[in-house]
Every structure is written in C-alpha cells, then in structure tokens.
Design a protein around this ligand. Structure first.
Ligand code: CMC
Length: 460
C-alpha cells in the first residue's frame, strides 16, 4: 500500500523503543509483537508503556505519559530541523528519497513533465484529480482573468531601488496583496480559499515580470489573454515594441516543464513556513509572503542562483579539482548538490538535464554546461560525495537553462516561487481542512540560567 510518509518512516517492523537512562535505543525487531504498537520501557522507573504505531509513526503526545513523577512534564522528542518528525498527514506529494521517486497525487513526476501542463498540475495538486477537459478550460479561463494586478501594485514595485533583488520585491508585493484582498481573511470558506488559489497562481508571473522590468528600467507589460500561462509570462518579461509578442515554443514548453517540476515537494522549508504561518489563520497572501521569504535563502530556492555563481567562479574545467577539494575540506559547499530527503539522483534533475539540451539547441549552448557536467562526473566518483549520498538536485541544471533563456540570476528563485505557488496554496488548504491541525507551536528544551535576581548596573 502506498504510504503518505517518507520511506524512512514506513518501516513495518521497527522493534521496540527503549528509554535507557535518558538514552533512547531500539531493541531488536525479534522483540516486536505482531501488532502495530511499540513497547517502551522507562529504565528510570521500570514502567512499561505500549504506544500505538500508525502509518509508521508514534504520536509525540503519547510520550508525555512517560514520567518519573506526577509533577514531571513527561518525555518530549527532540528534533531540531525536523529531521525525523512528520508534522502532518498529507495526500498531495509522495517522495521516496532513497529510490529517487517523486509523485504528485500519485502521478510520477516524469509522466507529468512529459504529458501535462503546469495549469493541469496546479489543478491536480489543489483538487486531488487531473481536470476533465471542461474543468481545465474553466480553470485556464479563471487564471487568465486573474492575471492583472491593481495599479497601486505597479507603483509599489516602482518604489523599489533600481537594483532591488527581485525576490525581495516578490516577498513584499505578495504580502502587500493581502491589503488589496481583505476578503481573503475568510479562510473558513472553501470557495474563498479557492479564489485566493486562482489569484495567487495567476498574479505571481505578473509581479515577477514587473520586478524584472523594473530592474531594467523598462515599461511594464500587461498580460495577454491569448497566450498560455508560460507564453504570457515570456510576453510580460520580453515584449518590446512589437504589437503582438510571439513566444518561442521550445522556451515556452521548457518553462512550463520547469514550473511543473517545482510545483510541490511536500514539507520542505518554504512549505512548512506556509503551513506554520497559515496555522495562525492569517490570509493566504501573508502566509505566502513567509513561504517566499523562506525560499529566498541560498540553502533552498536561492541555490539555483548560487549554482551559476559557483560555476562562474570555477571558471574552467581545469579548476574543478581544486574546487572539489575545497568542498571536501568544508570551505565551500557544492551548490546544487545534496538534499535532505533525496539520497539518490533527484528525479527532477534528470528531467531538467535532458531538457537543457533542447533549450541549448534552440538558443545556443551555455558554456557553463561543460563545467557542470565534469563537476557532476568528478563528484559522483568521489568517495566524499558517494559516502554522504550527495547527488545533483533540482537546482544543479535549472539555473543554466534560465540563464540561456536570457534571464538574470537573481530572477531564478522568483521562477522557483512561480512554480511552487500551487503547491504552497494546496498544502495551506489541506492544513486548514485538517481537523488534527492547530496553531504551530513547537516546544523547546530550556538549558539557560535558572532563576536569579536582577543585578543593578553599578554591580555588574
Ligand atoms: N557540498 C559539500 N558537502 C555537502 C553538501 C554540499 N552541497 N551538502 C551536504 N554536504 C555534507 C555536509 O558537510 C555534511 O558532511 P559531514 O557529515 O562530514 O559533516 C553531510 O554532507 C550532510 O550534510 P547536512 O548539511 O547535514 O545535510 P542537510 O540535509 O542538512 O542539508 C542541503 C541539505 C540541501 C541544505 C545541503 O545538502 C546543501 O547545503 N546543499 C547545497 C545547497 C543546495 O543545493 N540546496 C538546494 C536544495 S534542493 C532545492 C530545495 O528543495 O530547496
């Protein structure tokens, strides 16, 4: 049976968990009984507890009954960076990091990238099913008719410095949208949430294109309803004096596929931010501004930009050896390598690598690809990277494609955000429909000073 959780959580035979003077250890599987429970013996008290195991997980709250005395708070699990904590049940995206599998609503990413469109995938993520022809037409129509933004948003983008990072502009502008749509506060209404989903998916390319043109001092281009989602985005980015912009079909398709590949990735940093901030019941725009801010970081959505900067810094194939040594010595990280979940080749990177050549055939080869290919080869053969299961991730090749399309590096994370928008809103919607969810509020282990008396300034 397909499970919703990461494979590492889906172990049918986990043995017993023993708490031994503050140390938790697994007892051999032979001790496990033929039922879905975990027997915990607290060696501090000698007491034994039987905890239910559901979907390969124990409930952290079940640990609280394990106490040394009545006034003891009870055992908590300690998991900085949520390395082994499932924060939600979800039916949206399945990842098996060991095997390199990614599926949206059960559909393999490779099939969706080859056969569907970004809007079809957006509909799938939010609603759970691929749209019928009629549903897709209605959805496309609605997205097309929500692409415009209020003129004050245009003025807001204008107010940024000439060299403002487009991601900074995107974060602020998405947050500002909440003031234009105060009705978005009605998060209890299913219809209202659906409307915000349409607005956000529709308006992100418009804002992104405004940010791009602001940097170049070019007049803003309004959406063209005759064009596809990615075709219209290219129009808003690149239209100059021509009456009608005609997108290059290869670039249009490549952009659409890149958006599909980025559309969701279960509980990553930005999605967790969207869910966590959204759990306070703030509107979708404010929650998405937080998600976008999380994506801005170089360890997350900023990595595609960092990869191209790294390849430029390496400069030539002959310098790769030295750079790899620096990475092994901990001086630098190989950007676009490694992933918290994938301990195998990222399936998205495989699709992107193939697509890169289609784009290069159209617009000319990006010279950095030779450095990238050689770097990949050397790293995949090197014991340091093999031992740590560090493979190229989605960002390793995507930046090279964007660069070949004529897009500047600091726009790359913005493109990631456009692709991820349907995933963020779908996860936010799922969280709000989930009766088990409450406002996110992790615990801490306090290790600071005990109570002490205030010391007057003269005595310090
Ligand atoms: N280059 C060199 N060494 C690395 C790298 C790397 N890119 N990534 C991890 N390591 C090493 C790390 O030094 C550590 O070694 P040791 O065990 O000797 O201390 C080991 O591998 C485990 O690393 P970690 O930092 O504990 O792994 P993590 O799961 O916390 O980090 C990551 C995941 C993606 C943040 C990290 O691999 C990284 O910084 N990669 C480069 C940035 C990048 O490409 N990010 C994009 C991620 S994919 C897009 C997305 O989903 O956002």
């Amino acid at each position: 049976m397909a499970r919703w959780s990461a494979k590492s959580l889906a172990k049918p035979d986990v043995g017993s968990l023993l708490i031994d003077r503050g140390t938790i250890r697994y007892a051999p599987a032979r001790m496990a009984e033929e039922k879905d429970t975990l027997t915990v013996t607290d060696n501090r008290t000698g007491k034994t507890y039987e905890l239910p195991v559901t979907n390969g997980t124990i409930s952290a709250m079940d640990l609280r009954q394990i106490k040394v005395s009545d006034d003891d708070f009870g055992v908590m699990s300690y998991d900085p960076a949520y390395k082994n904590t499932a924060s939600t049940k979800s039916k949206i995206t399945f990842i098996d990091g060991d095997k390199g599998i990614l599926r949206y609503r059960g559909y393999p990413i490779e099939q969706l990238a080859e056969k569907s469109s970004f809007l079809e995938v957006a509909h799938l993520l939010y609603n759970g099913e691929l749209p019928t022809k009629d549903e897709l037409e209605k959805f496309q129509h609605s997205i097309t008719h929500h692409t415009m933004v209020h003129e004050n948003i245009r003025e807001l983008v204008d107010a940024f410095r000439y060299d403002a990072h487009p991601m900074g502009m995107l974060v602020s502008t998405i947050g500002a949208l909440s003031t234009f749509y105060p009705d978005a506060k009605k998060i209890d209404s299913k219809e209202n949430r659906q409307l915000q989903f349409h607005r956000l998916v529709a308006k992100l390319p418009t804002i992104a294109a405004y940010a791009f043109r602001h940097r170049r001092g070019l007049p803003y281009v309004y959406p063209d309803n005759d064009l596809s989602y990615s075709g219209n985005f290219l129009n808003m980015l690149f239209k100059m004096t021509e009456v009608k912009y005609t997108p290059n079909p290869v670039i249009e398709k490549a952009l659409d596929v890149l958006f599909i590949l980025h559309a969701d990735h279960e509980q990553n940093c930005s999605t967790s931010a969207m869910r966590s901030v959204g759990s306070s019941h703030v509107d979708a725009y404010s929650a998405m501004a937080a998600a976008c801010a999380a994506l801005y970081g170089p360890l997350h959505g900023g990595a595609n930009e960092a990869v191209v900067r790294m390849l430029e810094e390496i400069g030539s194939v002959s310098n790769i050896g030295d750079y790899v040594q620096k990475a092994k010595g901990g001086e630098v990280r190989l950007m676009g390598f490694g992933h918290r979940v994938y301990k195998n080749y990222d399936p998205r990177a495989k699709v992107i690598k193939k697509m890169a050549y289609q784009v290069f055939d159209e617009v000319g080869k990006n010279p950095l690809i030779d450095i990238a290919l050689e770097l990949e080869k050397i790293a995949l053969d090197d014991e340091y990277f093999v031992k740590r299961s560090l493979y190229p991730n989605v960002d390793f090749y995507s930046g090279l494609i964007y660069q070949s399309m004529g897009l500047p590096m600091d726009l790359f994370p913005v493109l990631f955000a456009i692709g991820r928008a349907p995933g963020w809103v779908s996860q936010w919607n799922e969280m709000l429909e989930d009766d088990e969810q409450k406002i996110a509020r992790p615990r801490q282990v306090y290790l600071g000073a005990g109570q002490r008396d205030y010391v007057p300034m003269s005595e310090r």
